[in-house]
Write a protein that binds this ligand. Structure first.
Ligand code: 3PY
Ligand code: MG
Length: 242
């Protein structure tokens, strides 16, 4: 079953709670490009925990200490941007797993509150780990990255991928270079039994990606949705020029 995630770049627990109740399977708090600090992210995870959606985090970079901290704060999935090599993917996975499988330090904090007293027993299998493929190196190494033990899947950042391919951000997804790269990543993921995810500019595009075979889609971010809704509402009103 394809998983649909909300994407939060506004640092606010009220809007996070609304997104969690909005019908997404999971909601991702974006610490890379979202205007969100760690303490606010923790309030947002608490808000999402009170909804049917699973709380996830995109970390700003491959930083083991921060990855461990967001897991302790109750994230049940982590998305890591700009993964270039299988070694980086392995180091990302290691940061999310307790020994002997990995190097996560013990101190589950909110994990215990949200996940329950048996959090430690199940954390290694339960946490979802998605490596972002959005650089030329990542694309070149995607087959090796998809074979890293413990990695659940890959997630395409089409804007950075478009930039890497010299096609600009918001790259035209029908351009042959971009199409070829997206197909290569999808085929690598599916060929190695991994989840294939992609960020999408709308629900319509997300449905097309699901039809293509993607099983994790993000149909736009909270800020883009807010801007779109503002423009739509204002379009119905005759506003006098100032
Ligand atoms: C990208 O498109 O590069 C992303 O990281 C989407 O969030
Ligand atoms: Mg990106």
């Amino acid at each position: 079953m394809p998983v649909v995630s909300g994407w939060l770049s506004i640092g606010n627990s009220y809007s996070a709670e609304a997104a969690g109740h909005g019908g997404y399977h999971c909601v991702t708090v974006d610490l890379q490009h979202g205007m969100i600090d760690l303490q606010t992210a923790i309030f947002m995870l608490q808000a999402i925990s009170a909804t049917p959606a699973t709380p996830m985090i995109r970390v700003p970079s491959l930083e083991p200490a921060l990855i461990m901290k967001v897991l302790d704060a109750g994230a049940y999935g982590v998305i890591c941007p700009m993964v270039d090599t299988a070694e980086e993917a392995a180091s990302f996975v290691a940061a999310t797993r307790y020994p002997p499988d990995g190097s996560r330090s013990f101190g589950p904090s909110r994990g215990l509150l949200y996940g329950g007293a048996d959090y430690f027993d199940h954390a290694n299998e339960t946490i979802v780990r998605l490596a972002m493929i959005e650089t030329l190196n990542g694309l070149e190494n995607v087959e090796a990255i998809c074979q890293v033990d413990g990695l659940d899947g890959v997630f395409i950042g089409p804007n950075d991928l478009g930039l890497a391919l010299g096609r600009g951000h918001a790259a035209d997804p029908t351009h042959p270079d971009v199409l070829q790269a997206i197909t290569r990543i999808l085929v690598a993921a599916k060929g190695h039994g991994r989840h294939a995810g992609i960020f999408c500019p709308s629900g319509q595009v997300a449905q097309r990606r699901i039809d293509d075979g993607f099983d994790f889609v993000v149909p736009n971010s909270d800020m883009n949705l807010l801007r779109k809704a503002i423009a739509q509402e204002l379009a119905d009103i005759e506003i006098a020029e100032g």
